[in-house]
Design a protein around this ligand. Sequence first.
Ligand code: ADE
Length: 259
Amino acid sequence: MTLGILAAIHDEVDDLIAAMRHEDARATVHTIGMRDYHVGHLHGHPVVLVLARMGKVAAAATTVTLIREFKVDEIVFTGLAGGVGPQTRVGDVVVADRTIQHDLDARPFFARHEVPLLDRAEFPADAELTAQLCRAVEDFLRDDLPTAVPTEVRARFGVSEPRLHVGMIASGDQFINAPAAVGELRARLPALEAVEMEGAALAQVCHEFGVPYAVMRTISDRADDSAHIDFASFLKDVASHYSAGVLERFLRARQLAKP
Ligand code: ADE
């Protein structure tokens, strides 16, 4: 079972690529459509790692290539999100149980958010992949975070006792950084936990090709007017360690569970 792993930004995927190159001398790189697909083993698991770049089109194009060219069996997206759920705080993790495109609006021909001709707005994440990812997040937050991200770094970003949330993630081609936009989104999608720019696009492609998917997002901001502040250093100093640590636990647990 080959797993495709995507991220939108360099720092979200660079440590994973470095770990793969360290572990697997036979890992290869294939460049297709301006993206580098790293094929090899990570923590003993066959994977294809790729920097998808930001936005729904980038995510969709990369997902199609993972499925068609690299024949991946499952896909996981890891990255950052803005927290919009009432309980989501910076440093928490949201794992999607479903995704939706908050900026898709083909009214009056289709209901708001509905993907034309697919007869649906929401794309459920794969239950088993999601459960495995949740276990890895919980183990990481409980056992690894204290060493993966030093106390003073966590304090700098106000990260204390981070939690896992499982729920709806909405994607759109916008960085949300205004309380009014968050209020409007929450009124429109009351179950919404987090916003980002790729997950639901990947989910649509996975649905169309029958490939299971899961999305994990570290909350970097509250999607308000300070959302952009410290984004780069949060990514480098905090979130990249979440991605590397959670995926290590996730991949190792899957290897152990193999018959
Ligand atoms: N990714 C991280 N924070 C985000 C935000 N506020 N809006 C959209 N995508 C994000």
